[in-house]
Design a protein around this ligand. Structure first.
Ligand code: ADP
Length: 452
């Protein structure tokens, strides 16, 4: 399955990452400048200090050096050595004793992983005297010296806080902006699961008019159009079935009369055919009418106390002849006293349809089992057969109007693919549900579940 990442999360991750890159670039630029400035300032200070001391001891005897450099503070980073590099006075720069003296420019030295800026100046001895002095200034350059405290504050606190605020604020704004999308998805889901085309995407009249608001309005307009089409299609089915009812009844009645009058074998054959087809057409029309009435919420149904045993008896009686043609036994297993508050005629026609299917698609000399029991405060009516079964794909489609698994085979029974959709509509009209289980080649089971 494809992993779903919401657009909100993706946008938030994207601009938080962008923000992180921008802050990093900014910190690198600030850091580089800060580093250069700090180094320059350390070098300048060091040079100033060393040069000052060098000025003071210029042209003096060794002993005088002590008197000229009065304050210990001045020797904070400075030591004075003789021409051979032997320490005379000042701060003893222990780490740097092995580093040779280099005059003129400040130089960087690494000692034991620690970096120093070193500045050496040579002062020749007084005219007439030999030798001279090396004055060395040195300053360690630790990170804390290079970068200011505020720079570390930015890295440790301010940058993470800015990032967090950006992520949270951005997520909140995108979430708000995508609210209409959630409404559209919820409405589409509700229309799908509740089968209710009357639902519309809620639109906040005070909200900002944007692309998504516009999309919601367009979807609502489209739903209005679809609803209108569905209503007129239902109206057409209802009107057409209604209009066809009388002519088909006349054809059926006259066909039956013709059958009575038939004298030759051919006439009897023709009249039988007329009667059979007229019966099929009449069955189709009455199913279409029931469906149209339920769709238009015009199906009158009375809730009366009905006994499932009585319903099963009627169905078995009606179906015995059909079952006998294929030598199929109809078995029943109904718990005593199972009562339902439902419309007896409608429930009987739903169960009867399931049983007639079980026979139609049952195997020669097979069985059909009608059972009913109470389960978890519900009544479960099951119709099971050991017939041809239904394919996995077929199981998803059998509730669709006019769907037939095998059109050629079904034609011999005069099937129209309306029996199961009608049974489903009837059960749902009563607040129940119907489901099917089947294994191809082994048989099928239809289960109606209704509240007692
Ligand atoms: P029809 O009136 O054509 O039988 P239904 O809506 O009752 O229409 O059934 C739709 C399709 O479901 C049928 O064409 C058939 O292929 C399949 N079907 C229904 N019940 C059974 C069953 N008990 N065993 C096998 N297939 C079945």
């Amino acid at each position: 399955m494809k992993k779903i990442t919401s657009i909100k999360t993706r946008i938030t991750i994207w601009y938080t990452a962008l923000m992180l890159v921008l802050i990093s670039i900014l910190l690198i630029i600030i850091g580089t400048f800060s580093y250069r400035l700090s180094m320059e300032s350390i070098e300048t200070n060091l040079q100033k200090q060393v040069n000052e001391i060098s000025q003071r001891i210029m042209g003096r005897h060794t002993d005088e050096i002590f008197y000229n450099v009065e304050s210990k503070k001045e020797f904070r980073n400075v030591s004075i050595c003789d021409i051979n590099g032997e320490y005379i006075v000042g701060q003893y720069l222990y780490d740097l004793t092995d580093i040779p003296f280099k005059e003129f420019a400040p130089h960087r030295e690494m000692v034991d992983g620690k970096e120093y800026i070193v500045y050496d100046v040579f002062r020749p001895a007084r005219p007439g005297e030999t030798g001279g002095y090396w004055i060395r200034g040195a300053e360690p350059v630790g990170l804390s010296k290079i970068f200011s405290r505020s720079f570390f504050m930015i890295i440790l606190f301010i940058a993470p806080i800015i990032l967090l605020l950006t992520a949270l604020g951005g997520y909140y704004i995108t979430k708000k902006a995508f609210l209409p999308v959630n409404n559209i998805v919820r409405t589409a889901d509700e229309i799908y699961s509740d089968n209710d085309i009357k639902k519309r995407v809620p639109i906040d009249p005070n909200a900002h008019e944007d692309e998504l608001q516009n999309l919601s309005r367009t979807i609502n307009r489209m739903l209005d159009k679809i609803e209108g089409l569905i209503i007129s299609e239902k109206q057409f089915t209802s009107d057409a079935s209604h209009e066809l009812r009388t002519p088909v009844s006349v054809i059926l009645a006259q066909g039956e009369y013709l059958l009575e009058l038939a004298e030759t074998e051919k006439q009897r054959e023709l009249a039988t055919d007329i009667v059979a087809k007229a019966k099929q057409a009449s069955k189709l029309i009455s199913r279409l009418l029931v469906l149209a009435r339920i769709d238009q919420s015009r199906q009158s149904f009375k809730r009366e106390k009905i006994d499932i045993n009585a319903v099963a008896d009627i169905v078995v009686q009606d179906m015995e002849e059909l079952a006998a043609q294929k030598n199929i036994s109809i078995l029943t297993s109904i718990e005593d006293n199972i009562m339902l508050y439902a419309d007896e005629a409608l429930i009987t026609s739903a169960v009867s349809n399931l049983v007639s299917n079980a026979i139609k698609y049952g195997k020669e000399s097979g069985y059909v089992m009608i059972s009913a029991s109470k389960y978890n405060g519900n009544v479960e009516i099951k119709v099971k057969d050991n017939g041809v079964g239904i394919s996995k794909e077929g199981l998803e489609k059998i509730w669709t109007r006019f769907y037939r698994e095998d059109e050629a085979r079904n034609d011999e029974y005069g099937s129209y693919g309306l029996g199961l959709p009608m049974a489903k509509s009837i059960v749902e009209l009563h607040g129940g549900k119907i489901e099917a289980k089947s294994v191809l080649g082994e048989g099928s089971e239809f289960i109606i579940t209704m509240k007692i």
